[in-house]
Design a protein around this ligand. Structure first.
Ligand SMILES: [Zn+2]
Length: 317
């Protein structure tokens, strides 16, 4: 008991020391997983405002992801780039997360496109004649009769349409902090053979995540993943801002995002732009827009990789 507690304290002490900053510990980025959001029967958002190109999110995410994977391979030839899909196939979030976890990814980038519920507008497009009836009664008692007299009225004819959103730009989402429990589960599934960053001793790498000290370590990993996710998210946001497009910041969703929580690695979801905004929709379907986004994200990844691998190298053990 005493011995266990002692080991527990040592673990806690050494791991909390690492978590003070996201970049406190060098870690080689060997594998990056790129996920084209949605796919197949899961179409995602569709452009539906008046004059929309009817772009589909699943096509946009695939096109950007393929360009991003190409760009990452070109700029980071020593890194393995894994894609969850390269064609229009359906994958559940669980399948996407499994691909990332099985690839032993060091970073998970989910590519999506935003949409908002649009307001409906109406306009008069003409008139039409309709027949109405004026009802009168004649006579009294049993001989009382109903008389309907037709007359014409002119009615306006309206057309309804969806008003595009004025919201545009790129947002980055992280897994919600109150969903850390799910991230812990993803970490804990890697029973016994967990990659302990910076530790070469294989005996130390064997962790029983059901033990109190194992759970404490998983907590630290979840926190560290959160910090790293925040860092890559911030860098993506900065690189977007440099292009002159709206950089909407790094956010968290109350409901949580399953793929981000189920992956045993730092993970972000990039909402590349709004399909429900005319300017963004056209940008997202264009070769130039897709390529710019691929390059923007790649620049952020290069900065992230440099920070991760070069941080504190002098004190690394
Ligand atoms: Zn989506």
């Amino acid at each position: 008991m005493l011995k266990t507690n002692f080991v527990f304290i040592i673990f806690l002490f050494s791991f909390t020391a690492f978590t003070n900053t996201a970049t406190a510990q060098p870690k080689k980025i060997k594998t990056i997983v790129v996920d084209a959001g949605h796919g197949g029967s899961d179409v995602g958002a569709v452009g539906n405002y008046e004059g929309s190109l009817r772009a589909r999110e699943k096509d946009i995410t695939l096109a950007i992801s393929l360009k991003l994977a190409d760009e990452l391979r070109k700029q980071l030839p020593d890194v393995t780039i894994v894609t969850t899909r390269t064609t229009d196939i359906y994958q559940s979030p669980r399948e996407k997360a499994n691909i990332a976890n099985q690839a032993n990814g060091d970073l998970f980038l989910c590519i999506h496109a935003d949409a908002v519920n649009l307001k409906t507008g109406s306009r008069q497009v003409g008139t039409r004649e309709v027949t109405r009836y004026k009802v009168t009664y004649k006579g009294k008692g049993k001989s009382r009769k109903k008389i309907s007299t037709p007359y014409k009225v002119t009615q306006p004819v309206y057309e309804y349409y969806k008003i595009p959103t004025t919201r545009k730009g790129t947002s980055v989402f992280l897994f919600a902090p109150h969903k850390t429990g799910d991230k812990l589960k993803a970490i804990s599934q890697e029973e016994g053979d967990f990659d302990l960053e910076g530790h070469d001793d294989p005996a130390e790498a064997k962790i029983d995540f059901n033990s109190p000290e194992g759970r404490a370590i998983a907590q630290v990993y979840a926190k560290r993943f959160q910090e790293k996710s925040d860092l890559i998210g911030t860098l993506v946001n900065e690189e977007v801002a440099k292009t002159g497009r709206n950089a909407l910041g790094v956010k968290q969703r109350q409901v949580g995002i399953w793929v981000l929580q189920a992956t045993n690695m730092p993970a972000i979801l990039i909402e590349t732009g709004f399909i429900s905004n005319p300017e963004d929709e056209r940008y997202l379907v264009s070769e130039a827009g897709q390529q710019e986004l691929a390059e923007v994200i790649t620049r952020a990844v290069i900065r992230y990789k440099a920070l991760m691998e070069n941080a504190n190298t002098t004190t690394a053990n």
